[in-house]
Design a protein around this ligand. Structure first.
Ligand SMILES: NC(=O)c1ccc[n+]([C@@H]2O[C@H](COP(=O)([O-])OP(=O)(O)OC[C@H]3O[C@@H](n4cnc5c(N)ncnc54)[C@H](O)[C@@H]3O)[C@@H](O)[C@H]2O)c1
Ligand SMILES: C[N+](C)(C)CC=O
Length: 490
């Protein structure tokens, strides 16, 4: 089997360590690829290449329009190779190819959005309070950016970092999750084809505690942008403090989905299911905390259980599959323990709560879609991010109680409210402490609107104009048109 390589200073190379890692298909545990395993030394080489390209290369000062054209070309190439990319993503993650195709459309859209935005901020003239002066504000690239991504949306999360970083004129080193590097490798080939100069975009592969830690602590890195779990985020924050790097953190969520009795029942039900069982619940913004008004609670739960029991599990390459496996054995075991713990806390398993018995699913990391009822806000199962196909259900009797339950979390990534009462919806979302709130919708995102978390769900924003600003420094330039001595010290 060919060894897939890392990309440093415009060259595809194997790690000096000569170590490799096998990439596993979570549907059947087959080895689908073998990749070079980068280590700290590879990360240092990649950082040095990015530093050189930033300090001495042309990319930061290339006209923004030209940078935008290259970013746009990357979008063209992603669209050209969409099917190959989608199949790779599904092989690597287990998600259905249909989902992966949707991801690839979103990803191309992200590159196009930032290509378009690249030359739109020409700076700002300030009305200077000082006579005979010009005061202006410009935005410049931050410098060398370390970018670390998770396994659940490998290329989508990468695109949210790559596209704005390149459009703003930075150089970068990306480290994808060691479990799912395949589409990132492919997109670096496309970036090379699109004309991104050598050293501007570097790719290292390998473990977080080696390569990721080096990117986070190295003094030649100016910004670290991370998407992943809260505990890793805390480590990165600590490591980044040595040279006071800029940090952008997109962390987990434990997202409330509040359903009032006056909501459109069938739509709220369908979307509540989609909010958590899509991609087997391995979504930061999954609506894992269902909070239902007591008047409809039993009817809603019964209907949910009936629908959930019909979800079809299988290979992401089977067109009839609705839900694939979890990403790995390690993660499956975490989900099993998470539900077991809930049972010890006193929840009722309304459906699921175990691995499927279907003989065709025994080789994959499958877990049945699970509904847990009789849940209380203080329980670990309600507070901790299980990151699997598991929904907890709580009930409320009035608006204040619904908001209190929704906000009872260390996280603040996203949340939804279902009601046909417009004023009630607006009152609720005004009080919900989350970076994204949906009214009569769940889990929707697009490049134009910012994404990120309140509270411990993160720092900073991706997507939208804010996602580009993360990759810029603001500089004030003051020009005295009539300099004269001050004579203070005479
Ligand atoms: N907020 C968002 O937009 C968003 C999006 C996707 C995923 N997530 C979160 O990601 C998590 C799931 O992803 P995961 O399991 O891959 O997360 P993770 O934190 O285990 O790993 C994420 C990345 O960090 C690297 N890493 C691990 N230890 C490191 C260290 N010490 N220093 C530097 N890097 C290190 C990993 O190798 C991987 O590339 C969930 O919590 C999910 O909510 C958040
Ligand atoms: C940010 N999102 C929703 C694309 C993936 C979260 O895991």
């Amino acid at each position: 089997m060919d060894i897939k390589k890392q990309f440093i200073d415009g060259k595809w190379v194997v790690s000096e360590s000569n170590k490799t890692r096998d990439i596993i298909n979570p549907f059947n545990k087959e080895i689908i690829a073998r990749v070079t395993e980068s280590d700290e030394d590879d990360a240092k080489l990649a950082i040095a290449a990015a530093r050189k390209a930033f300090d001495h290369g042309s990319w930061p000062t290339t006209p923004a329009t030209e940078r935008g054209q290259i970013v746009n070309k990357i979008a063209d190439l992603i669209e050209r190779d969409k099917e190959e990319l989608a199949e790779l993503e599904s092989l690597d993650t287990g998600k259905t190819v249909e989902e992966s195709r949707g991801d690839m459309d979103d990803i191309a859209g992200v590159f196009r959005y930032y290509a378009e935005l690249a030359d739109k901020d020409g700076g700002e003239i300030i009305d200077s309070p000082i006579p005979n002066s010009v005061s202006k504000v410009v935005r410049e690239p931050v410098g060398v950016c370390g970018q670390i991504t998770p396994w659940n949306y490998p290329l989508l999360q990468a695109s949210w970092k790559l596209a704005p970083a390149l459009a703003a004129g930075n150089t970068l080193i990306m480290k994808p999750s060691e479990i799912t590097p395949l589409t990132s490798i492919k997109v670096f080939e496309l970036m090379e084809e699109a004309g991104v100069p050598a050293g501007v975009a570097n790719l290292v592969l390998g473990a977080g505690n080696a390569v990721g830690a080096e990117l986070s602590e190295n003094n030649d890195v100016d910004l670290i942008s991370f998407t992943g779990g809260i505990e890793t985020g805390k480590k990165i924050m600590r490591a980044a403090s040595d040279n006071v790097k800029k940090i952008a953190l997109e962390l987990g969520g434990k997202n409330p989905n509040v359903v009032f009795a006056d909501a459109d029942f069938d739509t709220a039900l369908d979307q509540a299911m989609n909010a958590v069982f899509f991609h087997a619940g391995q979504i930061c913004s999954a609506g894992t905390r269902l909070i239902v008004e007591d008047r409809i609670h039993d009817k809603f739960v019964n209907a949910l259980v009936e629908k959930v029991e019909n979800i079809k599990l299988g290979s992401g390459f089977d067109e009839t599959t609705q839900m694939g496996p979890l990403i790995s054995e390690e993660h499956l075991n975490k989900v099993i323990k998470y539900v077991e713990n809930g049972v010890k806390e006193g929840v009722t398993v309304a459906t699921g709560g175990k691995r499927p018995e279907d003989p065709k699913l025994q080789d994959g990391f499958f877990y049945l879609p699970t509904v847990l009822t009789n849940c209380e806000s203080k329980m670990d199962v309600v507070q901790n991010e299980g990151f699997g196909p598991v929904i907890t259900v709580e009930k409320f009797s009035n608006e204040d109680e619904a908001i209190k339950l929704a906000n009872d979390s260390i996280y603040g990534l996203s949340g939804g409210v279902w009601t046909n009462d417009i004023a009630k919806a607006e009152r609720c979302v005004a009080k919900m402490r989350m970076g994204t709130v949906w009214i009569n919708e769940f889990n929707l995102y697009f490049p134009h609107a910012p994404w990120g978390g309140f509270k411990q769900s993160g720092i900073g924003r991706e997507l939208g104009k804010a996602g580009l600003e993360e990759y810029t420094e603001t500089k004030h330039i003051f020009h005295n048109l009539k300099p004269e001595p001050i004579n203070w010290f005479q």
